[in-house]
Design a protein around this ligand. Structure first.
Ligand SMILES: [Zn+2]
Length: 315
């Protein structure tokens, strides 16, 4: 892998490469932008480019430095994430990070690179502890904060970093990737690319979730074209866990939006309103999931509400 393998982020990659070549890469960086567009991958490629033995301003991918970074075993490149059992990136993780940054020289490479993924999950104490280091990072050290929700970081954290803004990948790039994933199933690739909305990460996720089999039911539900028995059947399938329910709500949201887009010209005003109302309903249910409501019950409510809508207007 190298910078050129990050799809749809040419502008960002060019900015970073120019800064590298000019020897003016800031030591504290904030990679921000939507989920799944390649922020973390770019941070890892940058760590390789900084340490690569070939010193071409990119990762060669084959030297020992590049390979160790790829396998996440390079002693000078660290990826810090929230520990799975915790709700925040803890102060102890940040203390350890600061110690690594300030006490040691690089062991094997030319630069220490510390990547803080989902930086918005920093605990308040952790973020406060980080501030001083962000102000004056050591000369041979780079700190990269990666986030899709920059507004959850303190303004002082943001202002101490050079902001690099990632955007959604253009549709043709996402579609091309979708074709690869689906072994050139054009219809399915189109659907995937549409739903992925510029995010290669979402594209891969949707593909893994067997979207092809599940999608027709979502379209039926979005169109109110399901009866209560079918609604309950779908609810038992999609509501088997919190995660499954969240994914299903996203798919329903996408199905409703697609319906809104495709049929905007043909739909009667009350139908447009109906779709908008359903979208509203979904966002309410999405919030309820976070309150710990039983996912199966919740999905029953969702599908029954959608089936009810269809029947009301058909009659
Ligand atoms: Zn290399």
């Amino acid at each position: 892998m190298s910078f050129t393998d990050i799809p749809g982020q040419e502008r960002v990659v060019r900015t970073i490469k120019n800064a590298l070549e000019a020897g003016r890469l800031p030591h504290a960086l904030l990679f921000q932008g939507p989920m799944g567009v390649g922020k973390k991958d770019t941070a890892i490629e940058l760590a390789k480019a900084l340490n690569c033995a070939a010193q071409t301003g990119d990762a060669c991918g084959s030297c020992i430095q590049c390979r160790k970074i790829e396998r996440r075993v390079h002693p000078d490149v660290r990826l810090i994430e929230r520990e799975t059992e915790k709700t925040k990136i803890s102060i102890s993780q940040i203390r350890e990070l600061i110690r690594t940054m300030t006490q040691f020289k690089p062991f094997e490479g030319r630069a220490k690179v510390l990547i803080l993924d989902r930086a918005e999950e920093l605990s308040q104490e952790g973020e406060n502890a980080l501030l001083k280091t962000l102000e004056e990072p050591p000369r041979d050290t780079y700190l990269i904060l990666v986030t899709s929700e920059p507004n959850r970081l303190l303004p002082t954290t943001r202002s101490r970093c050079q902001k690099i803004v990632f955007t959604r990948a253009p549709y043709p790039i996402v579609y091309k990737k979708a074709l690869e994933l689906t072994a050139n199933d054009e219809e399915y690739a189109k659907l995937l690319a549409l739903l992925a909305d510029g995010s290669i990460g979402s594209l891969e996720e949707l593909h893994k979730q067997n979207l092809k089999e599940r999608w027709p039911a979502m379209e039926d539900a979005a169109g109110g074209d399901i009866d209560p028995v079918y609604a309950l059947l779908l609810a038992s399938r999609e509501g088997r866990s919190r995660e499954s329910a969240i994914r299903c709500l996203k798919l329903l949201d996408a199905a409703l939006r697609k319906r809104l887009l495709e049929a905007a010209e043909n739909l009667a005003a009350w139908e447009v309103e109906d779709v908008l109302e359903s979208l509203d309903l979904l966002s309410t249910y999405r919030r309820n999931i976070d309150l710990g409501i039983n996912p199966r019950l919740l999905m029953e409510n969702v599908f029954l509400a959608l089936s009810h809508k269809g029947r009301v207007h058909v009659s």
